[in-house]
Design a protein around this ligand. Sequence first.
Ligand code: B12
Ligand code: SF4
Ligand code: SF4
Length: 413
Amino acid sequence: MADKDFDMPEQSGGWPANRPPDNLTDWSRFEESDREAGFVFTDDFERFSQHDDIFNRAWWDQAVMSDDVIAFYNAQIRPKPRRGEGFSQWDFSLVNASWSVARDYAMRGRKDGVREGFLDHFRTFVPKAETQADLPSPEETAARVKKVAKFFGADLVGITEFDERWVYTHSADAATKTRDEKDNLLPEGMTSVIVMGHGMDRDLVESYPSALAASATGREYSREAAIVSSLAGFIEGLGYRAYGSSNDTGITIPHVVKAGLGEYGRNQMVITKEFGPRVRFSKVYTDMPLAHDRPKKYGIHQYCMECTKCADACPPKALPKGPPEAGGPNRSTIKGVVKWSADCEKCFKFWTKMRVDCAICMRVCSYNKDYTKWYNRLLFRLMGSRLRKLMIWADRKWLTRDRVAPNTWWKSA
Ligand code: B12
Ligand code: SF4
Ligand code: SF4
């Protein structure tokens, strides 16, 4: 089949008719980069409020809250090890320790109802420099910022234009744990988003689902907290505003795609050429003048149009098997964006029953390979080419790996 058969649906008559609201800048400035990135909107587009994501809905929506949800959150403090391999006291101890730094950041503002990294941006405690440093060209400044981000520990860095469509209309309120929303504290005037990728431990991801595997996620949240705060502090030291963010403040994935770090896949993740989907992202919003990267295409979207491996492997069948569509199965999906959307109620229910997060859809993804190996880089290129059908067949026949038993990781000590 020719490439054009896999194209995204046509954009519906330019800009969503109900946008932009009076108080926001003209979104038509994104028209060209949206086309380049393959973003398609429908007229019912609405910005998303964080209190509608599934983690926050659990606090106010009885359709989500359950004894399993409570047990899931309790397991992070008082885990109940069980018999199955990967769920022993060693495994729970490792995952809960891996979250230590992220948890400390999240807890330090508890008195003030602040939960840095999850509901609120990372605070910096040294005041922003009063004078702005002389900057070289935006290209040179961007190159220096990227170098600093890597120095602090980021594996990938890209920079894109600030786009308010992805900023949460409201933040969820950690203090009340109710349906309450609070103001999103991101001020007006941001111009760029620096997105950083943090590669996850491949061996641990191979043993998802297990408490042991979840340590790969926890470790990156802890690293993100340190890297993001450091980069924000650096920019403020040069006299510009910088708001470091992990999961808080806004939706991350569209920025990552626009910054050229990868393409969006059926498994709801950005797939990169360095790590496949096995990577997490953080971001810094800033008003520092920086050159922007452009979206890059690797044929991943077309491959996902033909492949359903992640959807087939998802135990609660939370992932879609068809083409991208606007909207989703419940209020936790943003409205008016044509994309693959998961049924996160099903996904989260599965997590809470297991008492730890899942990432089977990351592990089984055909792009989850070790790209330090030349032959995997070659496979990446072939998968994005017209040979994709052959590659999907070859992947099913020869390249699919089973879950690695969690104890293998301990035995390799
Ligand atoms: C809430 C959340 C979840 C929730 C629920 C999502 C929901 N709808 O409520 C659940 C529990 C399902 C979840 C699960 C996972 N998550 Co999650 N999640 C988030 C979080 C914190 C917020 C996203 C959000 O606001 N969703 C609500 C609305 C917007 O959801 P939605 O309409 O379905 O949109 C989703 C996608 O379609 C995409 N998206 C949204 N708008 C647009 C627009 C365009 C144009 C495109 C292309 C995509 C896109 O992003 C949304 C991700 O949920 C983000 C971090 C962040 N701030 O973005 C991480 C994040 C998306 N999760 C991530 C990961 C890795 C996972 C897991 C693998 C868990 C794990 N162990 O790490 C699974 C994968 C499950 C799956 N296949 O969906 C990573 C993705 C990294 C990557 N490579 O892209 C992120 C970015 C966190 C991070 N720090 O890196 N997650
Ligand atoms: S994280 Fe697990 S339950 Fe959720 S979509 Fe992925 S495979 Fe399914
Ligand atoms: S498993 Fe297949 S369909 Fe799913 S994200 Fe990976 S390549 Fe795309």
